[in-house]
Design a protein around this ligand. Structure first.
Ligand code: ZN
Length: 209
């Protein structure tokens, strides 16, 4: 059988198309689902000083105030005012950093990331961003649970804090590395600290002793 150049090209391109088809077909429904996901404008509210706040998706403050009051006091008649909020000791704030998220997908991480409070993903304790809780790698972590590897995964400020903590830790153990590693391993794997960073902090600690 003679294979002409044309036959070869046609069969080659036909073969190339077949395995490519599923790849082309697959992303279409996913994109369609994402496209219909509604944009959200997120407010957060609850009782003053309490850990009972909830996220609310509402276009206007008036709408968000109604929903917040309704969830605690029953559906209000007519317009609600700031005085109504105050009367029930309720607070309401915008949370721009949560915009675009669906209410049911908002996690403790998002609350801390917004500068607010949440329950720590590790110990379950109530924690609050202004008191030192951090939003790292999708987790809300209270100040007590925050480890050196967490800080190293955070921003530059936290990375510096991690170095300070490690240097101090080494100093407190008279630079006995084995002793520090043993104590660390109760909370995290000391091998998560890069060797060069460890050496730098060890040198700093030795210089201080
Ligand atoms: Zn914790």
């Amino acid at each position: 059988m003679m294979i002409s150049r044309r036959t070869l090209l046609v069969s080659a391109s036909a073969a190339a198309i077949v395995p490519a088809l599923p790849k082309i077909a697959l992303p279409a429904p996913i994109t369609a689902v994402e496209a219909v996901k509604p944009a959200t404008t997120i407010w957060v509210g609850g009782h003053n000083g309490e850990f009972d706040w909830q996220p609310i998706n509402a276009e206007t403050r008036q709408e968000a105030m109604r929903e917040l009051i309704a969830s605690w006091e029953g559906i209000p008649d007519g317009e609600v005012t700031e005085e109504d909020l105050a009367r029930h000791d309720l607070c309401l704030e915008r949370a721009d950093s949560m915009d675009g998220l669906q209410v049911d997908e908002i996690k403790p991480y998002d609350w801390v990331n917004a500068g607010l409070g949440a329950c720590c993903d590790r110990c379950g304790g109530e924690c609050f961003a202004p008191d030192g809780a951090r939003a790292i790698n999708g987790q809300a972590i209270c100040e007590e649970c925050l480890t050196i590897p967490d800080l190293l995964d955070s921003d530059q400020y936290d990375q510096e804090l991690a170095k300070e903590r490690l240097t101090e830790w080494l100093m407190n153990h008279d630079c006995d590395e084995a002793s520090v590693r043993k104590q660390m391993s109760r909370d995290f794997d000391p091998d998560l600290i890069p060797v060069d960073l460890w050496q730098k902090c060890l040198a700093d600690a030795r210089a201080e002793l």
